[in-house]
Design a protein around this ligand. Sequence first.
Ligand SMILES: Nc1ncnc2c1ncn2[C@@H]1O[C@H](COP(=O)(O)OP(=O)(O)OP(=O)(O)O)[C@@H](O)[C@H]1O
Length: 611
Amino acid sequence: MRGRAHLRGLAAAGAEAGALVWRSAPGGVSGYLLITLAEATVPIATAWLMKTVLDRVTMTDDPVAGPAAALVAAGLAAAALPGIGTYLRDQAGRAAGVLATDRLFAATERQVGLRRFEDPGFLDRLRLAQEATATAGYLVDALCGTARGALSLTGFLVSLLVVSPPMTGLVLLAAVPALVAELLLSRSRAAMQWATERTHRREYFYSGLLTDVEAATEIRLFGVGAFLRARMMSERERGNRAEQRMSRRELAVQGGLTALSGAVAGGGLWWAIAAARRGTLSAGDVTMFVAAVAGVQTALNLLTSSIATAHGRLLVFTHYVAVTRAEPDLPSAVEGDAPPLRGCVEFQDVWFRYSDDHPWVLRGVDLTIPHGRAVALVGLNGAGKSTLVKLLCRMYDPTRGRILWDGVDLRDMPPRALRERISAVFQDHMNYDMTARENIALGDLRALDRPDAVRGAAVRAGIHDKLAGMPHGYDTLLTRMFFSEADKEDAETGVVPSGGQWQRLALARAFVRDGRDLMILDEPSSGLDPEAEHEVHAQMRLHRSGRTSLLISHRLSAVRDADLIAILDGGRVAELGSHETLLAAGGRYARLFRLQAAGYQEAPPPGEDVG
Ligand SMILES: Nc1ncnc2c1ncn2[C@@H]1O[C@H](COP(=O)(O)OP(=O)(O)OP(=O)(O)O)[C@@H](O)[C@H]1O
């Protein structure tokens, strides 16, 4: 059963790879197939021409000019064809790689939530799938190699059959163990690749850390470079040990196979010479025999190694097929619209945990965000505030309960349409190594052609003056990781913003997405200086008024003027009300607020009563 499923998987991968390569480069593939055919027939033709020339020279007076000229032409073709074949194969390989990569990344985009990207199994598959995109075109090479091997094998076997039927049988028998052994080897190579995939990912993680400019400061200060390097090397060695075991096995098997084919060829030659001495074979027959045995063995080698390569590549390609055909992580409507928010967003008894093995993060959250109101969410570290935001953007679905958008369950809306209605600054916002304009316009790509929109958002986020004053203004690269060749000598190429400036850029990105129904601000000002924070909050208050927003902040001074403040504790909304009512209630919020406010009071002079 497992074997049949395995074969079905391989066949599906083969069909998909074939269709992909054909679609990307039909001309190149056709040309390569023709070259393959020619390459398969040339050695057979050469052997027959050689026999004809020799027999005519030694036994008849027939003219040899014709066959000799054909022999020369065959030699020329044998020399020229591989180069042309390689060129066509590489062309087809590149074209197939482009199409496969595009399809792979389009497929990962169909994963609308975050779950798959937190699943190590999926990440392993994804990396192997990326590897498969690079070699998709070369699958054709392996398949053509198989066809070429099969063709020339048939040709030589027929030729050998004419000279010696028993020898033909013996050569064929010797081929069976070679074929089986190569297939088993390629299967265990693919299994080894799968087993060591996590090792490779960990190694890339450590090597990425060691070359990442953001990690460099901590790594140098804490002096942990050698420690991380040792970890990277130990992952490499673990991978190498598995590879080495595999290589040893391959060496042993291939050594045995070479000995077998040597014995068959040697025995055959001995017999052919003896037969020629007895006069049963002509000189041409002996040449033909030697060429046929060598040809059969070369074709067999090509056939077995091509089948093994195709098998191994198909096994890797099955990961590509699995990723591109993976069901979306969230069941979601594809068609439809998300209606503009008129009433409220409502969390109804929302429970959530990241997986069955994780503890509950939310345990029955009930919360209403009314249209046109500013709601603030407050809670200790790990209370689940950012998780709640991710559920609201439908990066995950609640484990139990539901979230309603004007009464419609988020599960019934296409995620893309829902997200069109939301703008956000996330706590772990991105810093893009792109230009300032692109960093802002990624919030709404239409702004790429609307400089006023980008500028307006930057003004509101308080970053316009900084951006306008940079060497190329808004077109300055906000990174020193890349530069164009023309700018190589330019010391002003690339500007690296500070942490607070990046945060303002993230805010501008959210602001450029103007006119959305809901604005989410998850710790939007944690990195700003007090003056900037004050300014930004004033801007946000202005922006918020009359709009629906959800603000998360540990700075309670920033949330005090929200219409409603919800305290998240123990996975539920523990308190809800305005700043004044919550202070008067004297609960958790009041305690946190007083604690923070006390930090801003001047310390009383020594001896003065604090009470
Ligand atoms: N992707 C994840 N997989 C598993 N657990 C997670 C994941 N993200 C967060 N958690 C866990 O969920 C809990 C809530 O995290 P969350 O980030 O929502 O808290 P928070 O209230 O935003 O905290 P903070 O104030 O520190 O930002 C934490 O215990 C955290 O470890």
